[in-house]
Design a protein around this ligand. Structure first.
Ligand SMILES: Cc1ncc(COP(=O)(O)O)c(C=O)c1O
Length: 406
């Protein structure tokens, strides 16, 4: 049987491998020159002032909450059609994660639903660019900023992608409608560092604080030191006055932080992948175009619709998710997935509405009916294989297998 086609897969070249090997032969495995180089190149690529590299997008989302001062008593609205992390980050800081329904065409947060779901304690919105298609960020930012809330764009699916507004193109991470943007470099995403994430922002203070928090809240710059002791504690010179000595070893922990660091090994891979990102995006767009054309005439498959603000060549497609009419096919989704697997075609279901997860139901009392569009979407969602190394023959095999379902 021909090779199994997974729903997503990283693309690792010899150049990627060599870049990692070079770091392994060097003096620094972590916190060396590759971290700074990756941050600088990524910030330049997306058009942001600062990029802070961390060990996952989940960590980046957590830091986004911390630096923007979200905490107990605050509410954070996100999309139910996302991975758990977009909502969990609010719970990490003691805030209440909440959900507004999605738009049935883009599967992204619906600005109308966001407006309706607004409550006085909402302090942040986490807008998720599902599958890489941009949210309607100008509309979302308009609502959030009217209420003084922070806009965090979860662009984990869309590194390198962009949006269009008033005829002008912007990169995700570089447009003015998000205060912070988060990217993921997990292997199924559009570029990878193994595990990894990036927080980008134009806000100097937030970037500086995110850097501090990713490494235990440690401060190393003498200008920012407050000291371990004050002169009044030990006014007479004795051995304890040496407690105030600040040699080259000295650092201070001024707030509680974490180890969210990304290594030089990973950043070397990230730099090399960044060189290939435009190629990846172009190939993903080609595959999406072929699928769209092939499935246009099928009654039981609805291809993804182009979102408002999307421009076909600028979408960094992470997923190709269709809405499938399982009733018309006469099979359950599980049976359809098994039938496709028989043809060597891997599929995935993204996402289970987060508000229906048992922990969310138990903790916040959410239940079915809260986000009906996302719930209906979920019952029909199926993601087909999409990754840059897919061959034309593999694309044809997927198309044939889907056509053969009914
Ligand atoms: C939309 C979204 N947000 C956040 C995350 C978390 O990313 P990471 O795995 O890098 O922590 C993911 C990962 O699947 C995601 O898809």
């Amino acid at each position: 049987m021909s090779q199994f086609i997974p729903y997503g897969r990283q693309s690792i070249s010899e150049a990627d491998i060599e870049a990692v090997c070079q770091v392994l032969r060097s003096d620094y495995l972590t916190c060396g020159p590759k971290v700074e180089a990756f941050e600088a190149r990524f910030a330049e690529k997306v058009g942001a002032k600062h990029a802070v590299a961390v060990n996952s997008a989940t960590s980046a989302l957590h830091l986004a909450m911390l630096v923007s001062g979200i905490g107990q008593g605050d509410r954070v609205i996100t999309s139910p059609n996302t991975f758990l992390a977009s909502a969990n980050c609010a719970a990490y800081v003691g805030a209440t994660p909440d959900f507004a329904d999605i738009d049935p065409a883009s599967y992204n947060l619906d600005p109308g639903a966001l407006e309706q779901a607004w409550k006085p304690d909402v302090k942040a919105v986490v807008a998720v660019d599902y599958a890489g298609q941009p949210c309607d960020m100008p509309a979302i930012a308009g609502i959030a900023r009217k209420h003084g809330a922070v806009v965090i764009e979860d662009a984990c699916h869309g590194a390198g992608g962009g949006l269009v507004h008033d005829g002008r193109s912007w990169k995700l991470g570089g447009h003015p409608w998000a205060d912070m943007t988060i990217f993921s470099f997990h292997p199924v995403k559009t570029m990878t560092t193994g595990e990894g994430g990036m927080l980008v922002t134009d806000n100097d203070k937030w970037a500086q604080r995110a850097r501090q928090l990713r490494s235990h809240g440690m401060v190393r710059s003498s200008a920012d030191f407050v000291g371990l002791i004050t002169p009044s504690e030990f006014p007479l010179p004795d051995f304890r006055s040496q407690l105030s000595e600040r040699g080259p070893w000295y650092y201070e922990m001024q707030e509680l932080g974490y180890n969210y660091r990304l290594t030089d090994i990973q950043c070397a891979l990230g730099l090399s992948q960044l060189d290939r990102l435009d190629e990846f995006i172009a190939r993903r767009c080609e595959i999406v175009a072929r699928y769209n054309e092939a499935f246009a005439g099928l009654k039981f498959v609805k291809p993804p619709q182009l979102a408002r603000r999307s421009q076909p060549s600028q979408i960094s497609w992470h997923l190709y998710t269709v809405q499938m009419d399982f009733q018309q096919i006469g099979k359950t989704r599980t049976e359809v997935m098994a039938a496709l697997k028989q043809h060597g075609v891997g599929t995935q279901v993204l996402y289970i509405p987060v508000h229906l997860q048992p922990w969310y139901r138990k903790t916040y009392g959410y239940g079915p009916g809260k986000c009906p569009v996302a719930e209906t979407y979920y019952t029909r969602a199926l993601s087909l294989p999409l990754f840059p190394a897919m061959t034309d023959e593999q694309i044809s095999r997927v198309i044939q297998a889907v056509r053969g379902l009914a």
